[in-house]
Design a protein around this ligand. Structure first.
Ligand SMILES: C[S@@+](CC[C@H](N)C(=O)[O-])C[C@H]1O[C@@H](n2cnc3c(N)ncnc32)[C@H](O)[C@@H]1O
Length: 478
C-alpha cells in the first residue's frame, strides 16, 4: 500500500548508523529515514525503498522539532560527514553515545546484563581537535544550490577542492574555508595552502585517484593541545624543493610564531592516505610535542596521537583506574602508538612492553620514554596480526599480568584475539573507538567462558560526531 515517492510523517524514536534515524508509521511498519533527524522530531520523509518489513525514506523537512534540537553552527552541516550531531544538544549526544555502546555490547556482544557508566563529557564542544586531515580532489562536491549553476558561471573552479569528502562520495570533496572542530591556526593554514596551490595549479596538479597522476594529496595539520606547538604536513607525490620552500615562507608569514614545524611527506601509493614514505623537513624540528599529565610526548607526522588532548588525559586516567595496576604487575600495551598509555602505566607497575606497527611511532615512543628517564618500558615493532611472534619477547620480558589493547576502529585481527586467549593474561583492558569492534572482540574473548566482561566506561572524545570511545575491563575466569 506504500508507493515510492510517497511523503509520510513520522516521529523519530531512535538513531541508527550512517546518518539514519528510525520510526514507526501508524500501521506499525518500521521506517528508516536518511538525513539529519533527532530523536523526538516529527519529520516529513519521502519513501524511496519498499521492503516487506520496512521502508527507507529521505528526510524532507521538520514538522515538529524534538526538545533536544538546536541550530547547527556550521554552514556545511548536512553536507559534510564530520559533525553529524550538531543539531542535537550536548546532553542528548551523551545519552546517545552511551546507548550506542550499551546496544553494541548487548546486541553484537551478547552482554545482556552489563550496565555502562554515563558517558564522560568533554569540556570543549568545538575547536577541540588537535589534528585535521584535509583532502585534495580534482572534483569539487557541489551543494544542491551550486548544482543549478551553469558550469562556466561558478565562482570557484570545479576541478579543485581542499576539504572533506562528502559522505558516500569518495571521489569528491567539499571545498571548505573553515571547520568548527579545528583551531584558528588550522583554518588559516587551510586557506593559505589553498591560495598557494591554486596560484601554482600547473606545477602542483591535484593527484587523481582515477588516472593516478598529479601531485597534491593531503594536508594534515597538528596542534599540541597543551603546548601550542603546530605542525603542517603537506602530502604530495614528489618533492618540489623550490615550491615547498616558497610555501614554507608563505606559511611562516601567515602564522608567525604559531607555526613550529612544516614537513613535506611524499608517497607513490595509489590511494589517498595521508601517510608518507619519505619526509622532507622544511621548517622547525619535524615534530611537535604535546603534554598529557606528567608526560610530554614527541609526535611525528606519521605517528598516531589521540585527537583531543584534554580528553586523552581523562581517557588515560580512566584506563589506569580501570586497570588497578599493582607495583608487581607486568603490563603489555598493544597498539601503543607513541607510547602514551605505556608511560602513564609505567609509574604504577613493574614494567611495560609497548607493541606497535608504525616505525615512526615506535621511535617516538622510545624517545618519549628516554626524555622522561623512564627505564621500565620497552618497545617493539610488530604487526599485531602476527602476535604469535611475540612469544620470544614474552619469554624475555615475562608473561603479562595485564594487557591493555587499543586497536584501530576495525578492532583486533581475530588471530590476535585468539593469541590473547592463549596468552590468557588475568586482566585485559580493551580501549576502543568503535563499540561494534569492542562488542565483537569482547564476545570472542568471552564465548568459551575464559573471560568475563566486568565494566565498560564510555568517554566522549569527539563532540558533535556520532563517535564514542570506551574502556572495558575483562577478567580471566579461573
Ligand atoms: C587507536 S591507536 C592507539 C594508539 C595509542 N594507544 C594512543 O592512545 O595514542 C591504534 C594504534 O595501532 C597501530 N596499529 C594499527 N594496526 C596495527 C597492527 N596491525 N599491529 C600493530 N599496531 C598497529 C596504529 O599505528 C596506532 O598507533
Amino acid at each position: 500500500m506504500y508507493k515510492k515517492k510517497q511523503i509520510v510523517e513520522v516521529e523519530i524514536i531512535d538513531l541508527g548508523d550512517k546518518n539514519q534515524s528510525f520510526g514507526r508509521l501508524e500501521d506499525g511498519i518500521s521506517i528508516f529515514v536518511q538525513g539529519p533527524a533527532a530523536v523526538g522530531d516529527v519529520v516529513q520523509a519521502e519513501i524511496f525503498k519498499i521492503k516487506k518489513k520496512y521502508l527507507v525514506a529521505r528526510y524532507i523537512g521538520l514538522v515538529k522539532p524534538s526538545p533536544h534540537r538546536i541550530d547547527p553552527i556550521c554552514k556545511y552541516f548536512g553536507l559534510c560527514g564530520g559533525c553529524k550531531w550538531q543539531h542535537m544538544d550536548y546532553s542528548e549526544q551523551l545519552r546517545l553515545k552511551r546507548k550506542q555502546v550499551q546496544d553494541a555490547l548487548n546486541h553484537i556482544g551478547g552482554f545482556k546484563e552489563l550496565e555502562c557508566g554515563e558517558c564522560i563529557p568533554a569540556p570543549s564542544l568545538f575547536g577541540y581537535r588537535n589534528k585535521m586531515d584535509f583532502s585534495f580532489t580534482d572534483l569539487r562536491y557541489l551543494t544542491p544550490d551550486e548544482m543549478e549553476i551553469q558550469p562556466g558561471d561558478h565562482e570557484k573552479p570545479l576541478d579543485f577542492a581542499l576539504g572533506f569528502h562528502a559522505p558516500g562520495c569518495y571521489s569528491k570533496a567539499i571545498d571548505l574555508d573553515h571547520c568548527d572542530l579545528s583551531t584558528e591556526e588550522m583554518n588559516i593554514t587551510l586557506n593559505t595552502v589553498r591560495a598557494f596551490c591554486l596560484e601554482h595549479k600547473d606545477a602542483l596538479p591535484i593527484y587523481s585517484t582515477r588516472s593516478h597522476t598529479g601531485e597534491l594529496r593531503n594536508l594534515m595539520v597538528r596542534h599540541g593541545g597543551n603546548t601550542g606547538e603546530f605542525m603542517i604536513n603537506l602530502v604530495t607525490s614528489t618533492h618540489n624543493a623550490e615550491l615547498m620552500a616558497e610555501l614554507s615562507e608563505k606559511l611562516q608569514a601567515a602564522l608567525g610564531d604559531k607555526l613550529t614545524t612544516f614537513v613535506n611527506n611524499t608517497t607513490s601509493a595509489k590511494n589517498t592516505v595521508a601517510f608518507g614514505e619519505n619526509e622532507v623537513v622544511l621548517y622547525g624540528p619535524g615534530y611537535i610535542t604535546d603534554r598529557l599529565g606528567d608526560y610530554t610526548y614527541r609526535i611525528s607526522a606519521n605517528s598516531f596521537f589521540q585527537t583531543n588532548s584534554v580528553q586523552a588525559e581523562k581517557l588515560y586516567n580512566q584506563i589506569l583506574e580501570c586497570a588497578q595496576l599493582k607495583p608487581t604487575d607486568i603490563v603489555y600495551d598493544l597498539f601503543c602508538g607513541t607510547g602514551s598509555i605505556t608511560l602513564f602505566a609505567s609509574g604504577h607497575c613493574k614494567k611495560v612492553l609497548g607493541v606497535e606497527l608504525v616505525e615512526s611511532s615506535v621511535n617516538d615512543a622510545r624517545a618519549n620514554a628516554e626524555r622522561h628517564g623512564v627505564e621500565n618500558c620497552e618497545f617493539i615493532r610488530l604487526d599485531l596480526k602476527d602476535i604469535k611472534n611475540i612469544r620470544q619477547d614474552m619469554v624475555d620480558f615475562g608473561a603479562p599480568d595485564v594487557v591493555i589493547t587499543d586497536p584501530p576502529r576495525a578492532g583486533m585481527n581475530p588471530k590476535a584475539v585468539k593469541a590473547l586467549l592463549e596468552i590468557v593474561p588475568p586482566v585485559i583492558i580493551y580501549v576502543s573507538c568503535n563499540p561494534a569492534s569492542l562488542a565483537r572482540d569482547g564476545q570472542m574473548l568471552c564465548e568459551e567462558g575464559q573471560y568475563k566482561l566486568i565494566s565498560c566506561q564510555p568517554i566522549d572524545m569527539f563532540p558533535q560526531t556520532n563517535h564514542v570511545e570506551s574502556v572495558a575491563r575483562f577478567e580471566r575466569v579461573d
